[in-house]
Design a protein around this ligand. Structure first.
Ligand code: NAD
Ligand code: DAU
Length: 352
């Protein structure tokens, strides 16, 4: 019994691998290209652990995928690998099409060939779990009900369009070939190992460095925040008990405007690491809005609760406090990811 995970050196993937191996002895083969977002330091605690096999490689590499399937004979895949940052997709959509669309297609084809080689009972038990996002559903009006699994697809950014395309491929491989797929569409995650290009870690890291806290536009865009380990437990629940071909929405029942998130982070930092220069809110700046910025996301997570009994364990208050504390305790990890390439990105996106 082996699990093949793609993108397991990224933010959610590494949390998933760590949680998985803390709870189970089933080995994990972790395929990751180690782009700017992949970081083996996230998995340092697994060094020397024979249950974790790391393979540096690209999901677009069919020969590599075929070799991994033949060697490890996985009983399931969990597919995290993707380009994941909306702002980067606006500057350069090409890599999003390559990894998120062509990469998912290549992985589906390699998986199908492997699945076809299994005997009947292994074939029936096999699962391809596709990790997707609520952004495929587009933007909600302020009073509109939260996204259910049957909400129309209306992706608005190159990132969300590429994820929507990958969702459609996964769906088609089930309907046409019978591949036993599962798809989860999750809301915004936060927690340990979150790369500091995304809102929450960027604000923590900038505040601690005394740098501006750049809020796009009026800061009233709403996201539904979920602690990353709750997302991992949702994936485990769906992998174990989800019905093949089904989609499960995953969310935290935690809708908050960006402005409130930034104020909460400032208040926690004022408490945990006060600055001699005064409250961190002094660093807040409003900057030009993201082009095509979605106004609101919200997930209706009743299906996964009803069918699989999953609910998040953390409240936003407990999860965000743990997260801020993690960044305070892991300054070396932050310093490590702030490489030259990271500085180039900050310069490109935020200017001086
Ligand atoms: P991330 O950017 O932190 O990590 C992505 C990982 O994929 C990195 O380790 C990277 O090296 C790897 N990767 C990229 N291209 C690859 C390729 N061609 N071949 C192999 N590996 C490659 O992303 P994340 O935030 O951990 O997101 C993981 C998945 O969850 C993505 O599919 C994303 O769309 C989805 N998702 C993310 C969120 C969120 O809030 N972060 C919410 C819902 C869904
Ligand atoms: O909804 C799930 C999605 O959440 C995932 O699919 C994506 O992979 C993930 O990156 C995330 O996308 P968002 O665009 O919502 O996350 P981000 O952290 O980039 O931004 C969150 C909100 O904060 C968004 O409204 C934009 C705003 N923002 C972001 C940054 C980086 C700012 O106001 N200032 C910033 O500097």
């Amino acid at each position: 019994m082996t699990l093949l995970v793609t993108g397991g050196a990224g933010f959610i993937g590494s949390n998933f691998v760590l949680d998985w191996l803390a709870a189970s002895d089933e080995p994990v083969v972790n395929l990751d290209a180690l782009t700017y977002a992949g970081n083996l330091a996230n998995l340092a605690s697994l060094q020397g652990d024979a249950r974790h096999v790391f393979v540096k490689g690209d999901i677009c590499d069919r020969a590599l995928l075929d070799g991994l399937m033949a060697t490890h004979r996985p009983r399931a895949l969990v597919h995290f690998a993707a380009e994941s940052h909306v702002d980067r997709s606006i500057h350069g959509p090409g890599e999003f099409m390559r990894t998120n669309v062509t990469g998912t297609f290549t992985l589906l084809e390699a998986t199908r060939a492997h699945w076809m080689s299994l005997d009947a009972s292994a074939k029936a038990a096999f699962r391809f779990h596709h990790v997707s996002t609520d952004e495929v559903y587009g933007s909600l009006a302020p009073e509109a009900p939260a996204f259910t699994e049957t909400h129309a697809y209306e992706p608005n950014s190159p990132y969300s369009a590429s994820k929507a395309a990958s969702d459609h491929l996964v769906r088609a491989w089930h309907h046409t070939y019978g591949l036993p797929v599962l798809t989860t569409n999750c809301s915004n995650n936060y927690g340990p190992y979150h790369f500091p290009e995304k809102l929450i870690p960027l604000m923590i890291v900038n505040a601690l460095a005394g740098k501006p806290l750049p809020i796009y536009g009026d800061g009233m865009q709403v996201r539904d925040w979920l602690y990353v380990r709750d997302h991992c437990s949702a994936i485990r629940a769906v992998l174990a008990g989800g019905r093949p071909g089904e989609v499960y929405n995953v969310g935290g029942w935690n809708e908050k405007p960006n402005r409130d998130i930034v104020h909460t982070l400032c208040a926690l930092l004022d408490e945990l690491r006060p600055s001699p220069q005064g409250p961190y809110t002094r660093l807040i700046t409003h900057v030009t809005d993201r082009p095509g910025h979605d106004r609101r996301y919200a997930i209706d997570a009743r299906k996964i609760e009803r069918e699989l009994g999953w609910r998040p364990a953390e409240t936003f208050e407990s999860g965000i406090r743990k997260t801020v504390q993690w960044y305070l305790d892991n300054a070396a990890w932050v310093a490590d990811v702030q490489s030259g390439a990271y500085r180039d990105w900050v310069q490109k996106q935020y200017g001086g």
